[in-house]
Write a protein that binds this ligand. Structure first.
Ligand code: NAD
Length: 453
């Protein structure tokens, strides 16, 4: 079978490489000239474990190719996947402009009947819009399928090669058979066949459930901070309930990334447009935003306490800018928003990230000092913000932190990566999510009895 994939981003490039690896001939269309050139030069424009070798092997054996030319890409293709972005529009809805434009280009280039499969996350009813757009530009029979993608960045290749589930939103038996055949080499644990609208909604439902868990545990973490409880103990109990489970219960400075924030907002808006208020989707978004702000306020307040002259002139080291470990993706990263805020308060920022440094430098420029060594970033700094749960950061010993940071400095652990008890007698302060603060002895005295100071 010959397949065309439109879009060589996290989803499109991974899908293209994995289908090619499974023996399908794949042509991947990319409109961004810089990204395309890197791919043609054998470079991978994004980080995903295992992707480089998969792409190289399949390019070499001719089962994968890249082009900007839609017309040549769809010749002979019986299945065309759309894997372009559906970013957050100005009103919070999913912006399907690129998706519909890509569908139109495919339709105009078709030389025969085809199955047009949407991998992009798109609002319920998008399959009908795509069908209409395509019908307007071609006389060939086109079956539109919704096949939402569930891969996780940082695990994208292994998720694609061994999928937990494949969703085929399609009522045409022949198209369903073709999609089943394409995915058969990956032996998905389950293939769910349904109508396209349900498939479209299932993707939003999954992301909204995940986001709601994170927002809920973070809200409980905030309550722990106020009440003197410890969220780790709460999670231990809640997560051990087999009806709840422990996944996605890790307290953090808030969820980010290219999917959860935009998909939760888009779901809320989808409801509003259908005349329904989706209370939980809207509240999940609000709770996450409030939580991100609260963490920023705690950091600002502690820095202002610590530094007599206020925030301006403080030096803050930041470890991790990616929205989670295992990826170089900065989209909607709460750490990037935090860095931008501190920069606006004239804080000096020194940042490290094992993978995302290049992407971060392109986004934030020279206003940040970029460090290739995490210890270089913290040398003499007033504070350290841990933004991403890279395992390498957890492996650094607390005495090493104390040796490098300025005496009395504070560690703000936005991922609860370190253990609060290890900060006793280090002279460092330690603030994390939902666990009691550990402040250096002098600062504790000031808090307990301001009259004595
Ligand atoms: N990133 C994820 O982890 C993930 C997971 C599941 C689903 N999704 C969904 O998949 C979709 C794609 O996400 P992504 O992260 O891969 O996006 P991305 O921005 O990384 O990649 C999209 C690519 O499509 C290209 N493109 C856009 N229009 C094109 C056109 N007409 N012709 C050729 N190329 C075109 C862009 O240049 C870009 O390289 C989104 O709807 C997203 O919500 C993403």
């Amino acid at each position: 079978m010959t397949v065309t994939i439109v879009g060589a981003g996290y989803v499109g490039l991974v899908a293209a490489a994995c289908f090619a690896e499974a023996g399908t001939r794949v042509c991947c269309v990319e409109r961004d000239p810089g990204r395309l050139q890197r791919l043609l030069d054998g470079e991978i424009p994004l980080h995903e474990p295992g992707l480089q070798s998969l792409v190289a092997r399949n390019l070499a054996r001719g089962s994968l190719r890249f082009t900007a030319d839609m017309a040549s890409a769809v010749i002979g293709a019986s299945v065309v996947f759309l894997a372009v972005g559906t970013p957050c529009g100005a009103d919070g809805s999913a912006d399907t402009t690129d998706l519909l434009a890509a569908a139109r280009q495919v339709g105009a280039a078709l030389t025969g009947p085809a199955i047009l499969v949407t991998k992009s996350t798109a609002p319920v009813g998008t399959h009908r819009l795509i069908a209409a757009v395509v019908e307007a530009v071609t006389d060939h029979r086109v079956v539109v399928v919704s096949n939402p993608e569930f891969l996780r960045e940082g695990h994208a290749v292994s998720d694609f090669l061994r999928p937990e589930r494949v969703v085929i939103g399609c009522t045409d038996p022949q198209a369903v058979r073709a999609l089943r055949a394409l995915y058969a080499p990956f032996s998905p644990r389950a293939i769910h066949v349904m109508d396209p609208a349900s498939a479209e909604l299932a993707k939003y439902a999954a992301n909204a459930m995940l986001a709601a868990r994170v927002a809920m545990i973070n809200e409980l973490a905030a309550l722990c901070e106020v009440q003197g409880a410890d969220i780790s103990s709460v999670v231990e109990v809640v997560g051990s309930d087999s009806r709840i489970g422990s996944a996605f219960l890790q307290p953090s400075a808030g969820y980010g990334g290219s999917c959860l924030p935009k998909d939760v907002l888009a779901l809320a808006l989808m409801g509003r447009r259908a005349g329904l208020r989706l209370h939980l989707a809207a509240a999940t978004h609000e709770a996450n935003e409030a939580h991100r702000q609260r963490w920023l306020q705690r950091i600002r307040a502690r820095l202002a306490d610590q530094h007599e002259a206020g925030l301006a002139g403080c030096t803050v080291a930041v470890w991790g800018l990616a929205f989670k470990d295992g990826t170089d993706d900065l989209r909607h990263s709460s750490v990037v928003a935090l860095v931008e805020d501190l920069l606006a308060h004239e804080v000096t920022i020194r940042a490290h990230d094992p993978l995302a440094l290049e992407v971060a430098r392109a986004e934030l420029g020279d206003q940040v000092s970029w460090c290739t060594d995490p210890l270089q970033a913290i040398r003499g700094a007033d504070a350290l913000v841990i933004g991403t749960e890279w395992p390498g950061y957890a492996a650094i010993q607390i005495p090493v932190l104390a040796d490098h940071l300025r005496p009395g400095a504070t560690v703000f652990d936005g991922r609860n990566l370190l253990c609060p008890d290890q900060f006793a007698d280090t002279g460092l302060g330690y603030l994390s999510i939902g666990r009691p603060d550990r402040l250096p002895a002098s600062a504790e005295r000031e808090r307990v009895c301001p009259a004595c100071s």
